[in-house]
Design a protein around this ligand. Structure first.
Ligand code: TTP
Ligand code: MG
Length: 357
């Protein structure tokens, strides 16, 4: 069974503006273009939402609904850099991260062993880290697939953490409004309502052929979602940029010898994982340590001096030992996680590949 976390920042652009100007904290604000320039609201904080202001609304209309609305011009480069920091936090937990939009991602944490494998604790950690490193809050949803995780992250927004456990899916879904199913917009919702279908329980009563007759291919999606089913997987970047192995220790490790022998055990696994990418050159090798206090450090060494490494790979411990010593200098020798990995060069272009033969 999959364990998926969906994370979405709360009123993202507006949250950044409030962070950078605390005087805005308790006031209704919106980020967007000016009313006299026919601007629209990109987003607004939750105070402004109480007045009915929404994303994509013309600013002029927003000001009518909320005359004291404070309008902030958009600062895209700042939002993008914060979004990048947030993605890096996600990647500390797993490389199975699917970025969906500037402030939203799915994480497949099915094989993460940290936090005793508890996705709830992982989600908690993500929330703490993002707040600490960026000053914005995220809402997280945890469940068995992407659809339910997304519904869950929206359930207790803002600053939410909501879990739909596997044994709760069946009962949770019954009362869910069909309008909550991604892809069901106003038109579909109306069409279903006219047939007396408002909840997923009611939608479950409709046969698959009937749904396909009404909605074409989307009928199958409706059939599955109304039962809490979603078979989509989390898809990461198409071009693999790194290969790594991580190990979390049941008890923190304090002895250098023990860390080195853990490293020795991980090397063959890394080599195995690298095999499918054997034709790629290695850009750098890296080693990651997470200390007892959960702080993490990564040391990386470029491999430019050894361009053939990718082709006849031989991952020796001597590549990683200096990195380990450097990493240990950055924190106390009390280690909860060790990771080792390789960053890969872009795949050779077809011209380059031809010249190899
Ligand atoms: P959302 O996650 O949809 O919205 P949000 O983060 O502002 O609020 P919520 O708490 O409900 O998640 O979008 C993320 C950012 O994308 C948002 O802060 C601004 C931008 N955006 C637009 O520029 N135009 C739009 O129409 C929407 C929906 C978002
Ligand atoms: Mg958001």
């Amino acid at each position: 069974m999959q364990k998926i976390i969906h994370a979405d920042c709360d009123c993202f652009f507006a949250a950044v503006e409030m962070r950078d100007n605390p005087l805005l904290q308790d006031k209704p604000i919106a980020v967007g273009g000016a009313a006299d320039k026919r601007g629209v609201v990109a987003t607004c904080n939750y105070h402004a939402r109480a007045f009915g202001v929404r994303s994509a609304m013309p600013t002029a209309q927003a000001l009518k609904l909320c005359p004291e609305l404070i309008l902030c011009p958009s600062r895209m480069p700042v939002y993008q850099s914060i979004a990048q920091t947030i993605r890096e936090i996600f990647l500390q937990l797993t490389d199975q991260v699917e970025v969906v939009s500037i402030d939203e991602a799915y994480l497949d944490v099915s094989s993460v062993t940290e936090f005793q494998g508890s996705a709830t604790l992982m989600a908690k950690w993500l929330k703490q880290q993002v707040l600490e490193k960026t000053g914005v809050t995220i809402s997280t949803g945890v469940s068995v697939n992407k659809f339910l995780a997304k519904i869950a992250s929206d359930w207790q927004k803002p600053d939410g953490l909501f879990v739909i456990h596997p044994n709760e899916v069946e009962s949770f879904i019954l009362d869910l409004n069909v309008g909550k199913i991604p892809g069901v917009g106003f038109v579909t919702e109306e069409k279903l309502a006219k047939k007396g279908i408002v909840t997923c329980a009611q939608l479950q009563q409709v046969s698959l052929p009937q749904l396909i007759e009404w909605f074409g291919k989307f009928g199958l999606t409706l059939y599955q979602r109304s039962r809490g089913e979603d078979y989509r997987v989390v898809t990461t970047e198409r071009i693999r940029k790194s290969v790594s192995v991580e190990r979390t220790f049941t008890d923190n490790i304090r002895q250098l010898d023990d860390i080195e022998s853990a490293l020795d055990m991980m090397l063959p696994i890394l080599e195995q994982r690298f095999q499918p990418f054997g034709q790629r050159k290695i850009k750098s090798v890296f080693l990651k340590l997470r200390f007892a206090d959960f702080s993490t450090t990564t040391v990386e060494a470029a491999q430019t001096s050894n361009p053939s490494l990718g082709l006849q790979v031989c991952l020796e411990r001597s590549l990683f030992i200096p990195l380990l010593h450097e990493a240990l200098r950055r924190g106390q020798c009390n280690i909860r996680l060790l990771g080792i990995g390789l960053r890969l060069m872009e795949p050779a272009s077809s011209a380059e590949q031809l010249s190899l033969f």
